[in-house]
Design a binder for this molecule. Structure first.
Ligand code: SF4
Length: 373
């Protein structure tokens, strides 16, 4: 099984922490961009057909940017084109990211008509002043309206940690609002202040919570989510039973995926490749009938082994020794004997599976570093 990712790079305005490929001033290009995207889908579909490779796509994910900011008929058109160009499984998971400040009943009706059956809503925090600091376009009331339109549907809410002045009470309020509004999945992740974003100045001025404070907010949030029936299945992802994101699980299981749109990356045909980050270049390339790829690399076996471990160790299911043996014909504990010896005390092993013990999740990167050498 494989996945399809579609990048919609438009936003109303830039959030202060945003380092993603998104263009706040170019919404008027949405129609032209989507026409190019339909063409890119068709080019790749033809290439796949010609290759004779047998594959079924089990997930589609519209991310951004803000996919919900553009005319929903353009999303409908993209889904139609995906169905024309690629074999989908019988019951694919089809997700769209939504900013609560951009939703309407009509948009959701169109998404449902397109076959979308999962929604990922960017709540971030239930404290209006914090949303304002982040330059988000929505407030908590917008989120509640959005959640009311999604009542009874499968939706996820994003919760952000490490905001200026954020307390445990703020995190509690945010998680409770997300859980009580009907979300079946919550992504709780730490803000990463990237150089060049406005929030980086706050970071340099020491105005953001430090790593220990964020770790303590995470630990608090993790326990509260558990009480509310959300189980951690990846470092930042928590779900009610059976509501895990199949699209993300495919990434972490090192499954194949094709990415479409500006800056989208793919892992397919044993290669990792990435599209241009430049919107104009993307459109020119596709209009001329070329793939807009700027980087392409074959994944060598040793890199693939490391990727397998690195991705699996992010998840609750952890490394499957059998899965590794089936993929590479060897034992991971022998291939990475030195790293395994050094990190054994941080790991929990049950039968075929090995994962990072819960209390060491926050030193995950240090543990993974041992496997890099
Ligand atoms: S909505 Fe998302 S992609 Fe758009 S500016 Fe904000 S963080 Fe960036």
């Amino acid at each position: 099984m494989a996945g399809i990712y579609v990048h919609i790079p438009f936003c109303r305005q830039k959030c202060t922490y945003c380092d993603f490929t998104s263009f706040p001033n170019r919404l008027s290009f949405a129609e032209a961009y989507m026409a190019c995207l339909y063409k890119e889908l068709s080019l790749r579909g033809k290439e796949l057909e010609k290759s004779g490779k047998e594959v079924v796509f089990d997930t589609v994910y519209f991310g951004g940017g803000t996919p919900s900011v553009i005319d929903p008929e353009l999303i409908y058109g993209a889904m139609k084109q995906i169905k024309n160009c690629f074999p989908l499984s019988k019951d694919p998971e089809i997700t769209i990211e939504m900013n609560p400040g951009t939703v309407s009943e009509k948009k959701i009706e169109t998404y449902l008509r397109a076959g979308i059956n999962r929604f990922s809503v960017g709540l971030q925090t239930a404290i209006d002043s914090q949303l304002e600091n982040l330059n988000r376009i929505h407030n908590v009331r917008d989120y509640l309206y959005c959640a009311s339109l999604l009542k009874g549907k499968n939706f996820s809410a994003d919760v952000m940690l490490g905001l200026k002045g954020q307390t445990k009470e703020d995190v509690e309020k945010t998680i409770l609002i997300a859980a009580e509004s009907g979300a079946s999945h919550i992504s709780m992740y730490a803000l990463t202040p990237e150089d060049g974003t406005p929030i980086y100045t706050d970071y340099l001025n020491g105005e953001l919570p430090d790593a220990d404070e964020v770790a303590s907010l995470y630990d608090f949030g993790r326990k509260l989510l558990k009480e509310k029936g959300f189980f951690r299945y990846e470092v930042s992802n928590f779900a009610k039973p059976g509501k895990e994101s199949r699209h993300n699980l495919n990434y972490w299981r090192r499954g194949e995926y094709l990415g479409f749109g500006v800056s989208a990356s793919s892992f397919f045909f044993e290669r990792r490749f990435t599209n241009t980050f430049d919107l104009d270049e993307y459109m020119k390339c596709v209009i001329s009938g070329f793939f807009p790829v700027i980087e392409s690399e074959k994944v060598e076996k040793e890199d693939a082994k490391f990727e397998f471990l690195m991705l699996a160790l992010r998840t609750e299911e952890g490394i499957s020794s059998k899965g590794y043996r089936d993929a590479f014909g060897s034992d991971w504990k022998e291939d990475f004997a030195e790293a395994y010896r050094k990190t054994k005390k941080y790991l929990r092993e049950t039968g075929d599976r090995t994962k990072i013990a819960d209390k060491y999740l926050y030193v995950q990167n240090r543990i993974l570093t041992e496997y890099m050498s």
